[in-house]
Ligand binder design. Structure first.
Ligand code: S3P
Length: 181
């Protein structure tokens, strides 16, 4: 399936955004973009160093700048940083040029995937299921409000998840076309 707009994969750290973005990129032929990686390349610094040196607000501004630049780009599969949709402005910018897909997983599954990570400043010193669960609950309303599509990643492999995403994208596209007639 060829994309006619971006897919923004959102969700908590470790929910599988990068892995699924890679697979979706293969399935659609669209370029994969890792927001975090783009920011690291542009700044020439690791995420944790940006947080430490300039603070979280500065990092969030970099995210907004990057999302704003997406409007001029060919359809891509974008793996967003876990906090990218916490700003309403970012959500509005994403909706102007793509669909937002929320990937969900349990706090236990998330912990299992991120427990060895050292470049997630928000979890440094808080690497436990309780903290992940609390932060996830706090963010849940924003994630859900932003999402055009919600996909649970539990008990599914990457192919199943990505096929589900593309089916839902197709459903949204058909519905929009029908409404436009
Ligand atoms: C963050 C998630 C990280 C990264 C930064 C902040 C967040 O990205 O952008 O550490 O606020 O959830 P991943 O979701 O790719 O780990």
């Amino acid at each position: 399936m060829k994309l006619n707009e971006h897919i923004f994969l959102i969700g908590f750290m470790g929910c599988g955004k990068s892995t699924n973005a890679r697979y979706l990129s293969k399935m659609t032929g669209a370029v994969q973009m890792e927001m975090d990686q783009k920011i690291v390349e542009k700044q020439g610094m690791a995420i944790s160093d940006i947080f430490e040196k300039y603070g979280e607000v500065y990092f969030r501004d970099l995210e907004t700048d990057l999302i704003r630049s997406m409007k001029e780009k060919e359809p891509m599969v974008v793996s967003c940083g876990g906090g990218a949709v916490l700003r309403e402005e970012n959500v509005a910018l994403m909706k102007e040029c793509g669909k937002i897909v929320l990937l969900t997983a349990s706090p236990e599954a998330i912990y299992d995937r991120v427990k060895h990570s050292t470049d997630r400043p928000l979890l440094n010193g808080n690497m436990n299921v309780e903290y992940i669960s609390e932060l996830m609950e706090k963010r849940k309303p924003k994630y859900e409000a932003a999402a055009d599509i919600v996909i649970s990643t539990e008990m599914k492999n990457v192919r199943e998840i990505c096929e589900e995403i593309l089916e839902e994208m197709e459903r949204l596209r058909t519905r929009a076309e029908r409404q436009a007639r």
